[in-house]
Design a binder for this molecule. Structure first.
Ligand code: NDP
Length: 338
């Protein structure tokens, strides 16, 4: 890297979590531009993805050191490359799911974690895909590989992961039931392919009412798999919605984390399975990272995957983006645009 390529000693804007807490701990600050190491690239961020995991890191549910620049997902244009980087060049359009400090104007991304964005894919769409898209991909293809004849229940069906997972699941021939909190969300979820979008927010006893509705819709049998990202509020209802030998995939805790579970419940529930997967274990190798992201970009280019960017905020309004996401006011993808 030449000195001209590397804007050392320059400053940029970034969103810093000053301590563990609510959205008010996020500060739009001026910080030093980071320096890429020999295997890294420096990217000018076009858009940073806002994900639920950012709220866990901000609130302290997942521990990080404070102060810390938040964010892990985004897309942008490569501005400088490290001395050992040969397969990414200045000017390339790239995206990533796991580069810390992405809520910023510039971010350092390990070259091995970059995804090349095809020329005809918009950079905002590219920022919306890596984390939620590859999550939807591993859930539908690896954790419980869906196929024709399967019925899945997807909670928060109009959310970022929910809309993508519903489309990937139906593309594989599965029937999808979803839960949603509003009529607007129900319409979006059905447009993504859900055969039923069940309104669960007004249920007075979710644990009995939701499984009863699911059984009505499945001839009394229950579903083969529940993809549950809501967690604390839905876990019991999810278990009770499964058919014999069904699988509960707990992959998030938007309503709070699930307390310890008595494994005997899996026995009495019908020889059930429960798993708690995470994206990192499904894109750990470069090969798997490129396979999942490649299939997603292919689907976008083919017009078979609709990526809905419903909310964009300036970087300075990250706190408001967090309030909207945590307040159940968002659908599809939320982005910060520096
Ligand atoms: P979403 O867009 O799905 O937003 C969360 C949604 O959850 C809300 O819109 C809301 O939908 C629903 N929800 C239900 N109860 C609550 C509550 N009490 N508070 C807030 N929201 C609630 O977010 P993401 O797509 O970014 O993430 C979805 C989930 O997936 C998160 O839990 C996240 O941690 C998890 N995740 C897990 C990964 C993994 O590999 N394990 C990777 C990526 C995401 P509604 O109003 O319809 O109920």
């Amino acid at each position: 890297m030449t000195p001209e390529q590397h804007p050392e000693n320059q400053t940029m804007h970034a969103v810093v979590a000053t301590s563990a807490g609510g959205p008010e701990v996020l500060r739009h600050d001026t910080v030093d531009v980071p320096s890429p190491g020999p295997h890294d690239v420096l990217v000018r961020v076009a858009a940073a993805g806002v994900n639920f995991i950012d709220t866990y890191r901000r609130s302290g549910v997942y521990s990080i050191d404070y102060p810390s620049i938040l964010g892990s997902e985004g897309s942008g244009v490569v501005e400088a490359v490290g001395s050992e980087v040969s397969d990414v060049a200045v000017g390339d359009h790239v995206a990533w799911s796991d580069a810390p400090s992405s809520y910023a104007e510039l971010v350092v991304v390990p070259a091995a974690r970059t995804l090349r964005v095809p020329g005809d894919v918009d950079l905002q769409v590219a920022a919306a895909l890596p984390l939620q898209g590859m999550t939807a991909h591993y859930l539908a293809t690896s954790t419980y590989p869906l196929g024709p004849g399967d019925t899945a229940l997807v909670h928060a069906g109009a959310g970022g992961v929910g809309l993508l997972l519903t489309q990937l699941a139906t593309a594989r021939g599965a029937r999808v039931l979803t839960t949603v909190s509003t009529e607007e969300k129900a319409a979006l979820s059905r447009a993504a392919g859900a055969s039923e979008a069940i309104s669960y927010r007004e249920m007075s006893d979710l644990t009995t009412e939701l499984p009863a509705r699911v059984r009505e819709l499945t001839d009394g049998a229950g579903v083969h798999v529940v993809y549950d990202s809501v967690g604390k509020d839905t876990f019991d209802a999810s278990l009770a919605s499964l058919r014999r030998r069904g699988m509960l995939v707990l992959f998030g805790g938007s309503s709070g984390q699930v307390p310890p579970v008595d494994l005997q419940r899996l026995n009495s529930g019908g020889s059930l399975f429960v798993t708690r997967p995470t994206l990192g274990d499904h894109v750990a190798t470069r090969e798997e990272l490129l396979l999942r992201s490649g299939e997603l970009f292919d689907a976008v280019q083919a017009g078979t995957l609709d990526v809905r960017i419903e909310h964009t905020y300036p970087l300075a309004e990250a706190a408001e983006a967090h309030r909207a996401l945590e307040g159940r006011r968002t659908t599809g993808k939320v982005l910060l645009v520096p």
